[in-house]
Design a protein around this ligand. Structure first.
Ligand code: ZN
Length: 347
């Protein structure tokens, strides 16, 4: 990064952050050691749910047909394949911002090759909607070619849970997904910003990075170019059940109440187009539909718990009725995580 770096954040100076990155690569190896024991507990707790994942297609990002949804704003669709995210490449005059990488280094290479092709001589910048493996575990291939920027909460969560999630995915996802993770290295960003907002000036186009506190994860980011296009990551899935990463005791940081409030708050951003983490792009309705589903499940589970039912009983006896309310939504297996989360919350 030079003095002409396009970042305008509230964070510390870049050189200081580069020093802290070196310190972190030391601490992450110690943390990763602790994480493997946690991963064992994690797998035991979600094994029965993971076994129900039925989409065994390789989670390969198909970069052959990117779509230009606005001038200089490209997306690579997930084609509704499990563990493939929607990916964006946003071009300015001087720089190009890549949002998410796909699962593992081979997907990262595919996205990097497309970004190079679209960006030409522009400087490359990478950021992630959040730290989860299918969104960010191809970042290592960008290390030399791009400046990587995350918010502090996202970076900290990656340090704490990054290695743990590799073990988790290897043990609970499809063989193809496990293979995609071969050779994955957890890499730290070059730049970290503090606070809830940062701006990146790509040259004639400003991108806003906003974060809202723990919802789907601790450091979810949303990107709102002036074109009113919102890249929401897993805060929003379209025609798909929400992903509650509720894996006690290893990961319990999801916050369902704040998640609903963040989704309803997206109305204030007045987005013309929302690109969800998974599923098809849409308008504000896809955010509000998801907020409504989460709030409905929260109320229902709370009432059933008050009536004495356990989470297991709710999943066995009441899940079909909840699924029936959104019959065309994919991956109803994810509802188990959502029910378990709300069943565990204090009444
Ligand atoms: Zn996620």
């Amino acid at each position: 990064m030079t003095s002409s770096a396009p970042f305008d954040t509230t964070g510390r100076a870049h050189s200081e952050l580069m020093r802290s990155e070196n310190q972190m690569s030391h601490s992450i190896s110690r943390r990763a050691f602790k994480a493997s024991a946690m991963a064992t507990a994690l797998c035991a707790s979600i094994g029965s749910v993971a076994a129900q994942v039925t989409d065994l297609r390789p989670p390969t990002v198909d970069t052959s047909n990117p779509e230009e949804i606005a001038e200089g704003v490209w997306i690579v669709r997930d084609h509704r394949i499990w563990l493939v995210p929607n990916i964006a490449i946003i071009l300015g005059r001087d720089a190009a911002l890549v949002v998410d990488t796909g699962l593992g280094p081979a997907n990262g290479e595919r996205v990097l090759a497309l970004a190079r092709r679209l960006a030409g001589s522009r400087q490359l910048i990478l950021t992630l909607t959040h730290f989860h493996p299918e969104h960010g575990y191809g970042a290592q291939v960008f290390r030399r070619d791009a400046s990587i920027i995350y918010n502090r909460a996202q970076r900290d969560e990656l340090i704490e849970k990054g290695a743990r999630y590799i073990d988790l995915f290897r043990k609970t996802q499809s063989p193809a997904a496990a293979a995609a993770l071969d050779g994955t290295e957890i890499v730290m960003p070059h730049v970290v910003y503090d606070g809830s907002r940062a701006e990146i000036d790509l040259g004639g186009r400003t991108v806003e990075l906003q974060t809202f506190g723990t919802a789907h994860t601790r450091g979810d980011q949303v990107f709102l170019p002036r074109e009113r296009t919102l890249f929401a990551g897993d805060l929003i899935e379209e025609r798909m059940f929400p992903i509650f990463p509720w894996f006690p005791p290893a990961d319990t940081e999801v916050d369902g109440l704040r998640w609903v409030s963040v989704l309803n708050g997206f109305r204030r951003l007045d987005p013309a187009l929302i690109v969800p983490g998974h599923g098809d792009p849409g308008q504000i309705g896809i955010a509000l539909n998801l907020a409504s589903q989460i709030e409905t499940v929260r109320r229902k589970v709370r009432a059933l718990r008050a009536a004495g039912k356990t989470a297991e009983e709710i999943i066995r006896e009441d899940k079909p009725e909840i699924i029936a309310a959104t019959p065309d939504w994919e991956h109803p297996d994810l509802l188990d995580w959502e029910i378990n989360y709300f069943a565990a919350q204090p009444s």
